[in-house]
Design a protein around this ligand. Structure first.
Ligand code: HEC
Ligand code: HEC
Ligand code: HEC
Ligand code: HEC
Ligand code: HEC
Length: 397
């Protein structure tokens, strides 16, 4: 009877959020947060000269930065339907939100420690300064620019109406890497595996180009209208280019050089149709794909006859393979290293005269259909975009 009562209390408590407080008094072994991704950016006050920490506020003066940032995945890091779906899962611990809404001001609760060091048992209390509107903005201007209640800028030479601190070291690739690199086994069936920072450090660009020089292109312009041109950077944070909503455009970067081979003009019966596609990671400073282990590329060949019937098709994949049960494990990874090239070959022996069509397609995917269905993501969540699409006519005499 006591057991049943205990369980009911627990269930009720989970719904109302008092669960942790309930345990708080029972256990004394509360351990501090140790890993960087367990911690948030401490509560920030609005820097002198400003009225709020929101991107909209910054955008009132820095209009172009704001318009660009709105295109970026950063501005959707919270509203992202896939993120929201995953957050609801029991296997997703509290720390999931720390890189997606990094400021304490954006989080409903303050995490004070972990019972027995267990990531699934945070000790929390309500955050009196929680700002729900700020939360919607995901990784906003203040995430990267506000610390110690001041705006951090690269030069400190501007005549800004807000309190400004010059800190080019802070506004460097190490800021990006603080979120874009995390390797941890959170639980037996949950792993964080983002290694973009390490891939870059170990790659050929480490002394030449970094996250910022590639993803925040330099431009000479006014950063506030009327203040004169100066060195500036686009804030689109262009990346994979797979949008988060079907109604939304994003800026895309392409890492791959794709080189199709020539096809013979005419074939004879008994010949093999041979075709090669060379794919090279020519422009990315890290693997392609990088980051989320669910991303992949598909290279597909479809051969059709003159009745438009598919007579042969093959598919290759660039990406990682993971096993999630019973314990999480990376099984394979054939992502392309910087400058690595690979050939994808097609060969088919034709024994019938006629006209054929060979469709060659390369697509970039955020996640596969099964995972999308599992997360109940609708048709409004784009899963892939085309990056190469050609059809070749082949005559067999
Ligand atoms: C009321 C207008 C206004 C608002 C609001 C505003 N800024 Fe500024 N900011 C300026 C002006 C003006 C400059 C200096 C422009 C110049 O000299 O070219 C500036 C400069 C900057 C710089 C460069 C600093 C340096 O020294 O390198 C950064 C970064 C910056 N602002 C970020 C922000 C962020 C982030 C927000 C929102 C939290 C914000 N600003 C809100 C007007 C504003
Ligand atoms: C030499 C230029 C270059 C450098 C340096 C670089 N990137 Fe990229 N990055 C790219 C290109 C190009 C793509 C597009 C890849 C593609 O085709 O999907 C990309 C894609 C991405 C993506 C999207 C993931 C994907 O698979 O498409 C993320 C996230 C990213 N980069 C983060 C970073 C971070 C963080 C750093 C610094 C550690 C960095 N990049 C350094 C060029 C670069
Ligand atoms: C993901 C981090 C990040 C976010 C989000 C971000 N910025 Fe920046 N911003 C940077 C970095 C890094 C630089 C410095 C680049 C350099 O000088 O190498 C910068 C530079 C600036 C500058 C100086 C001029 C320039 O263009 O280089 C201004 C102004 C600025 N940002 C405003 C904003 C505003 C306004 C927002 C929100 C709409 C915003 N930033 C969002 C990282 C960010
Ligand atoms: C506070 C953590 C954080 C910081 C700091 C940060 N990022 Fe991100 N970034 C994210 C998250 C989270 C996403 C993905 C959001 C989503 O998909 O829901 C993302 C997405 C991206 C993408 C788009 C990936 C795609 O799918 O196309 C690029 C490119 C990128 N970041 C580059 C950068 C660069 C460059 C910097 C440094 C100037 C930086 N980021 C700093 C957390 C961060
Ligand atoms: C260390 C920082 C960090 C933490 C902690 C974190 N994320 Fe992310 N998350 C990122 C970055 C960076 C990206 C963008 C990766 C990329 O595009 O390469 C991202 C992207 C995503 C995406 C979009 C994937 C896509 O392909 O566009 C989802 C969904 C997501 N994260 C869910 C989660 C969940 C669930 C957790 C907790 C288990 C979590 N994140 C914890 C940094 C983090």
């Amino acid at each position: 009877m006591k057991g049943v009562f205990f369980k009911i209390l627990l269930l009720l408590a989970v719904g109302t959020g008092v669960y942790f407080i309930f345990f708080h008094s029972k256990y004394e072994n509360i351990q501090p947060l140790t890993n960087s991704w367990e911690k948030v950016v401490p509560l920030q006050e609005v820097p002198d000269g400003l009225n709020s920490l929101s991107a909209k506020e910054c955008g009132a003066c820095h209009q172009q930065h704001y318009e660009e940032w709105k295109f970026s995945t950063h501005s959707h890091a919270w509203t992202d339907p896939q993120f929201q779906a995953e957050l609801k899962k029991e296997s997703s611990p509290f720390m999931c939100i720390n890189c997606h809404i990094p400021l304490q001001n954006q989080q409903e609760f303050i995490v004070e420690g972990l019972i027995d060091g267990d990531i699934y048992q945070p000790v929390i209390k309500a955050n009196p300064h929680f700002d729900r509107e700020l939360q919607q903005e995901g990784i906003n201007c203040a995430s990267c620019h506000v610390r110690n209640n001041a705006v951090i800028g690269p030069t400190g030479t501007t005549k800004a109406p807000h309190k400004t601190i010059k800190d080019p070291d802070f506004l460097s690739e190490s800021l990006c890497i603080s979120c874009h690199n995390a390797v941890a086994e959170v639980s037996p069936t949950l792993a964080c595996s983002f290694e973009t920072g390490d891939e870059w450090k170990e790659g050929p660009y480490a002394n030449d180009k970094n996250c910022i020089s590639c993803h925040m292109e330099e431009v000479e312009r006014e950063i506030v209208p009327g203040f004169g041109n100066r060195k500036s950077h686009y804030h689109y944070f262009a990346g994979s280019g797979i949008p988060k909503f079907d109604s939304l455009e994003t800026k895309a970067m392409s890492g791959l050089g794709i080189y199709p081979s020539e096809l013979k003009e005419a074939y004879s019966q008994g010949d093999s149709i041979l075709f090669k596609l060379k794919i090279k990671n020519e422009f990315a400073g890290h693997k392609v794909p990088t980051g989320d282990p669910e991303r992949f590329y598909l290279i597909s060949y479809t051969l059709k006859n003159d009745l438009d019937t598919i007579i042969y098709s093959t598919e290759d994949r660039i990406g990682e393979h993971w096993e999630w049960y019973p314990t999480v494990k990376k099984i394979a990874d054939n992502n392309l290293l910087p400058n690595e090239e690979r050939y994808f070959n097609f060969s088919y022996l034709v024994n019938k005269k006629g006209d054929y069509k060979l469709a060659v397609e390369v697509t970039k995917h955020r996640l596969n259909k099964e995972a999308a269905e599992y997360n109940k993501l609708t048709n409004h969540y784009p899963l892939s975009i085309p990056v190469f699409d050609e059809e070749y006519l082949i005559r067999v005499k």
